[in-house]
Ligand binder design. Structure first.
Ligand code: B16
Ligand code: MG
Length: 218
């Protein structure tokens, strides 16, 4: 097995439980519109962009929405989401995430963020971990969202590391597909049934020894 040189992290659901806030913000919007929305439908929204997420939610509505209405609704949801993430602090890091990032940093492993969220820089700042990243992909500049590999390839290119020497860490099925299509090693965080295409799956980052092994070859 190769010894990997870079770790490319997803944010929502891997480093912080912001996936929960995305769900609550969409749920609030869906309830206002009288559209059915639950955790199962929410699973399809993980890792994909804001407008694509809205399209999935509107599938359950008999009404046709104009482009302007959709933009208004997406902005409304983002307002709810921003209110929620304003209050997050270092305490909101998922268990093990901060320790893993610091250990990789100490080992000289390159670290990048490949989040589809346009709010990612603010979340990193509020979590107090922005300084640990060598590169953060600007989600606004990505043309094709996950499961397209673009976001992971852009991260690797900007780190100056070959894709085959990168490990991607993701909580969504779309994200795992993106990592595999980028030619990287995929670590899934969460439910093994949802993340069945990952190379390894961990329930969470509490015990990250399996991840460290990828960077030291033992
Ligand atoms: P925003 P990730 C993704 O972040 C979320 O998983 C997804 O649910 C969300 O729609 C997307 O970011 C866009 O977020 O509305 O903040 O731009 O998992 O790629 O870190
Ligand atoms: Mg995620």
């Amino acid at each position: 097995m190769p010894v990997y040189k870079a770790a490319i992290f997803d944010l929502d659901g891997v480093i912080a439980d912001t996936a929960r806030f995305h769900y609550l913000a969409w749920k609030k919007l869906a309830d206002e519109l009288g559209i059915y929305f639950d955790e199962k439908i929410n699973e399809r929204l993980k890792g994909i962009g804001r407008m694509e997420s809205l399209e999935i939610i509107l599938e359950k509505s008999p009404r046709i929405f104009s482009k302007e209405e959709k933009e208004f609704l997406a902005e409304k949801k983002n307002g709810y989401y921003k209110e929620m993430i304003e209050k997050i602090t270092h305490q909101d890091l998922l268990p093990g995430a901060g320790e893993l990032l610091c250990t990789l940093k100490d080992w000289g492993i390159k670290i990048a963020l490949a989040s589809a969220s346009k709010n990612a820089p603010l979340v990193l700042k509020n979590l107090g971990i922005a300084g640990l990243f060598d590169y953060v992909v600007d989600a606004a500049r990505i043309k094709k969202g996950k499961p397209d590999p673009e976001i992971f390839l852009v991260a690797a290119e900007n780190l100056g590391i070959n894709a085959s020497e990168c490990v991607g860490i993701e909580d969504s099925a779309a994200g795992i597909e993106a990592i595999k299509r980028a030619g990287m090693f995929a670590v899934g965080i969460g439910n093994p049934e949802v993340l069945k295409n990952a190379d390894i799956v961990l329930r969470d980052l509490k015990d990250f020894r399996e991840i460290l092994k990828l960077f030291c070859g033992s």
